[in-house]
Design a protein around this ligand. Structure first.
Ligand code: NI
Ligand code: MN
Length: 225
């Protein structure tokens, strides 16, 4: 499968089976995204929470391509209220989709829409696709249950924020990787706005000190995983 980083928290996964999955598609107003909403054609849109830098262009894309949204119940109901299709789930629950399995985890953050409606709890996303396990933490502060998530799931790729201010900064993100113990950590949610400017190379340096592998993905880079 292919894992493409669209910058900020946005990823596009293309499975061997040909399914296209977008996560948190904040593209058109995102100064770092090399891909715009008109360029994508997802079968699924997964949202970690409702904040504008995650909901992003989801509705604009959905008007054109009619994907199935996957989100926690309150956010899914908001999506449905706007006229789109959604699969309602909640934290701790998993479901087998045609691309693989998805399970939502806790995340410590908020989840209001840009028009200030509250959409339940924010979430992290565990994906089990074609033999690989990807943990997109969503926006979150550090929490000790990451250790439990790592104990119960052999995580291949952990996608986690390092930008500070709204989420974990580098020091807490290093600890998060120690707790969840993924094979490879990929830093996200940095350098999009002035308040979350940070140096991913410093994260990578601290990861190396802990003998942890880190890949800094370029904005727009696609990995074969
Ligand atoms: Ni957020
Ligand atoms: Mn965010």
């Amino acid at each position: 499968m292919k894992l493409k980083y669209l910058s900020h928290s946005a990823f596009q996964i293309t499975t061997e089976g040909g399914k296209v999955i977008l996560i948190d598609p904040f593209l058109d107003e995102n100064p770092n995204s090399p891909v715009k909403s008109a360029d994508v054609r997802p079968d699924y849109i997964i949202l970690s929470h409702a904040h504008g830098d995650h909901l992003g262009d989801a509705f604009k894309i959905a008007k054109r391509t009619d994907p199935l949204f996957i989100c926690v119940n309150e956010l899914a109901n908001y999506v449905i209220s706007k006229g789109f299709r959604a699969h309602n789930m909640h934290i701790g629950g998993g479901f087998n989709f045609d691309f693989g399995r998805l399970k939502f985890t806790i995340a410590h953050h908020g989840s209001s829409t840009p028009d200030n409606q509250y959409c339940g709890e924010p979430a992290g996303i565990l994906l089990f696709i074609e033999g690989k396990t990807i943990y997109h933490t969503g926006d979150t502060g550090l929490f000790y249950d990451m250790k439990l998530i790592g104990e119960m799931n052999k995580i291949d790729y952990m996608l986690l924020p390092i930008g500070d201010n709204y989420t974990m900064g580098i020091t807490d993100a290093v600890k998060a990787v120690e707790l969840a113990n993924p094979r490879i950590a990929i830093p996200i949610h940095y350098n999009t706005f002035p308040v979350i400017e940070t140096d991913p190379k410093e994260f990578k340096r601290q990861m190396a000190e802990k003998h942890k592998e880190c890949i800094i993905m370029e904005f727009g880079q696609e990995l074969d995983i």
